[in-house]
Design a protein around this ligand. Structure first.
Ligand code: KG4
Ligand code: ZN
Length: 346
């Protein structure tokens, strides 16, 4: 089975082609076109600009991914697309393109929830044996818009058992980076500085760490960083201060993420742990996460931590395997862009 996947939920335009045979996934081609440079000067993603770029990118990137995969559009058995959650102008472009392709080619259209895609990016790390990850599984999702603990009894079954009450982890990285004058996106800049700083330099709060439940809060931490910057006006632009604040902030985020995941492991006894979302690119978090269950913790390959189309493929193949491709024949008419789409509804 050969699938084409399309990602346009935020500011990355991405296409991938993958084939699936006897439990093995072959990523035939993957292209991720980042718009970071366009949005950087605004300090964040501008939805309408992002939609315009997706539209411009669509034709050349589609031709390129097919060429790299060495396939013709007619060879594709189905198409997958993210209908949400995401920025509505961006989602609308990708969904319109996917629906048009599916309708005109007579191909099934498989909707993949954006977070479902991030979770399934873990299967891109084990393409040779897609059955290696055992269930039940527990996923820690950490992206720009989401921070959640999700329990999966089996493939495609999701129960949210914990989530943030305010900012998402990635959002906290981005906001703190802005306070420190590090630009957008903040995560990569903070983690780079953090590697040169002292994580014990500032005692930042670990929000809700002792709350007894599996929820998160990062807004208090963000405020604490703001006060620390204000108290240190004279040194706030020095390399040492920026590195120490970055390291201390990053450690506070990681401590909470790891503690809550450890609590969830005790409650749910998962057979596998999965890390997902843009913040999963963070080296310190990756290292601490793997230590939670050394034999059965999975992390996505670095190039597929951020938004990309390839991460949809394992989920799309599973949907086709479980429900049959024919279940998605009328996808061209039933799939629609939904900014706040809930997990499990795509
Ligand atoms: O999943 P993603 O690419 O987009 C959303 O679905 O939101 O996540 C983007 C988030 C941004 O907040 C970015 O700052 C964060 O992931 N991020 C990181 C790192 N790389 C990206 N956060 C911490 N450390 C990183 N190395
Ligand atoms: Zn994402």
């Amino acid at each position: 089975m050969l699938l084409l996947s399309i990602e346009s939920s935020c500011d990355d335009t991405s296409f991938a082609v993958g084939s699936f045979k006897k439990g093995r996934l072959k990523l035939e081609a993957s292209i991720i076109s980042s718009q970071t440079k366009i949005h950087q000067k605004y300090g964040g993603v501008v939805p309408n600009l992002s939609a315009r770029e997706h539209l411009k990118n669509f034709k050349p990137l589609l031709s390129q991914v097919l060429k790299r995969a060495g396939v013709d559009l007619r060879d594709i058995d189905g198409i997958s697309i993210v209908p949400g959650p995401g920025l509505i102008p961006s989602l609308l472009v990708g969904v319109a393109i996917a629906k048009t392709l599916a309708y005109s080619l007579g191909k099934p259209l498989i909707p993949i929830h954006h977070i479902e895609g991030h979770i399934y990016s873990n299967w891109l790390a084990i393409p040779e044996d897609m059955n290696k990850i055992s269930f039940p599984a527990l996923a820690l999702v950490v992206s720009g818009g989401h921070t959640q603990l999700i329990f999966m009894k089996d493939h495609l079954e999701y129960e949210t058992v914990g989530e943030t009450k305010d900012d998402a982890a990635g959002e906290a990285f981005d906001k703190v980076a802005r306070m420190l004058g590090l630009g957008y996106p903040g995560g990569p800049a903070i983690s780079k500085l953090a590697s040169m700083g002292d994580a014990g330099a500032f005692a930042f709060p670990r929000g809700m760490i002792g709350s007894g439940d599996l929820n998160f809060s990062f807004s208090g931490l963000k405020t604490a960083v703001l006060y620390t910057i204000r108290k240190n006006e004279d040194i706030k632009n020095t390399d040492a201060f920026l590195a120490d604040v970055s390291a201390s902030f990053q450690q506070a985020v990681i401590d909470v993420l790891i503690k809550k995941t450890a609590t969830a492991i005790k409650s749910f006894s998962p057979r596998s742990l999965l890390l997902a979302g843009g913040v999963s690119a963070n080296t310190e978090l990756r290292n601490a996460f793997v230590e939670l269950l050394p034999q059965s913790a999975y992390i996505p390959p670095l190039e597929y931590c951020g938004d990309n189309a390839a991460m949809q493929l394992p989920a799309a193949f599973k949907k086709a395997e479980i429900n049959g491709l024919d279940a998605y024949r009328d996808g061209w008419s039933s799939v629609s862009a939904t900014a706040n789409l809930r997990l499990g509804l795509a």
